[in-house]
Design a protein around this ligand. Structure first.
Ligand SMILES: [Zn+2]
Ligand SMILES: [Zn+2]
Length: 262
């Protein structure tokens, strides 16, 4: 809550001003709107202090990683920036549920930097944001993954493809479902319209968070089936204590790290 209050207060006091969403420092004149150099640097070097899985980006220092052990080959790798904890969670929730479009810039920029340092830019042909069902998007008024993808595309100079991958079923919320139920629920949720748009393309999928990976796996599965070549993904945050078991030691570490940035 602290983060949300601070943002609300800063917005009220200085509408349209430049401040770091992570530490509230003034960022006027800095390269990235919404995040200061210090916080950006700390976030991008998180992987040096917190072990994360090379394949699914989940912050789990155990091997084999419990999250992607049974993943299909269609999804090659998912890059993640932060654990879904504390201030990091509040930010993506503000973007997703309160429509705070401004946040798509710092979060998307940091996602783009992670994709760049992972060496993926040269191999990607098109970026595809994970679509919402048209009714859900109408109800919400926006697709937060599209906002993130727009920032990433601009930053990495890669084109967006937004009308090939379609969400066809209006699913109820996945919250509360078990891992297997999520995968089964998701498997039929997406389809491709206009296969030539993705044929032989290397695709970067963009989503806000990854929990079990069911959504990205479902997208990658249908894209590969329709002729796409290699599918990677990027999300802002990874993991959810509710759905994934996390060793106590690591949990404390991530909580502490997030709280330091508040
Ligand atoms: Zn800062
Ligand atoms: Zn993994």
């Amino acid at each position: 809550m602290q983060g949300s209050w601070r943002e609300a207060l800063l917005d009220l006091l200085f509408p349209g001003s430049h401040f770091c969403y992570f530490c509230a420092k003034n960022t006027a004149g800095q390269k990235i709107k919404g995040v200061c150099g210090e916080c950006g640097g700390k976030i991008l070097s998180l992987e040096r202090t917190l072990a994360s899985c090379r394949r699914c980006g989940y912050f789990a220092p155990v091997s084999p990683c419990p999250n992607c052990l049974e993943w299909e080959d269609s999804l090659k790798r998912v890059i993640t920036v932060v654990p879904y904890e504390g201030a990091y969670r509040e930010m993506i929730q503000s973007l997703k549920y309160q429509g705070k479009h401004d946040l798509a810039i710092p979060l998307g920029m940091l996602m783009a930097e992670k994709v760049r340092t992972a060496g993926l830019v040269k191999t990607v042909d098109i970026i595809i944001p994970v679509p919402l069902h048209p009714l859900r998007e109408k109800e919400r008024g926006y697709n937060q993954s599209l906002w993130l993808a727009e920032t990433i595309g601009r930053r990495l100079k890669l084109p967006l493809q937004t009308d090939a991958l379609i969400r066809r079923s209006y699913l109820k919320t996945q919250t509360g479902l078990g891992k297997n139920e999520r995968v089964a629920n998701m498997a039929q949720a997406f389809c491709v319209i206009g296969e030539e748009k993705i044929l032989n393309k290397n695709i970067l999928l963009v989503d806000d968070i990854i929990t079990t990976g069911a959504t990205l796996l479902a997208c990658a599965g249908v894209l590969r089936q329709k002729g796409a070549r290699e599918i990677n993904g990027v999300t802002w945050a990874a993991g959810s204590k509710k759905n994934l078991s996390e060793p106590e030691g690591n949990r404390g570490k991530t909580e502490n790290y997030a709280s330091k940035l508040r």
